[in-house]
Design a protein around this ligand. Structure first.
Ligand code: FES
Length: 108
């Protein structure tokens, strides 16, 4: 893995996922207050687009079947598709992030 500049902090709107392709990998960045999280773009259930997901706190919900992942807990699956229990699909991969000044860097 290598640290790569992702974007400037002001490009990220609080609570609104933004999609990127970095080094050939589709990812989503999310700013929650002073924190920035970066995860894989494609849901671990059936590849729903997490860049189109909705957000409550640090939990992102897949727009396709409603699986939820907590980005502050390493992308842990906290609700399965169509209301199935937590852990019924794989966790979403979360990348290490460093915010340096106004720049967001990701280890990818
Ligand atoms: S594709 Fe994400 S919950 Fe089904």
């Amino acid at each position: 893995m290598t640290w790569v500049r992702l974007c400037s902090l002001r490009e990220l709107e609080d609570g609104k996922p933004k999609s990127f392709n970095i080094r050939g990998r589709d990812i989503v960045a999310l700013r929650v207050g002073s924190m920035v999280y970066v995860c894989d773009r494609w849901c671990t259930h059936e590849q729903g687009d997490m860049g189109m997901g909705w957000v409550e706190g640090t939990v992102i919900t897949c727009p396709d079947h409603g699986s939820q992942f907590d980005l502050a807990k390493g992308g842990k699956n906290v609700l399965g598709p169509d209301g199935e229990p937590a852990g019924s699909v794989a966790d979403l991969h979360v990348f290490d992030v460093k915010v340096e000044g106004a720049e967001v860097n990701v280890d990818i």
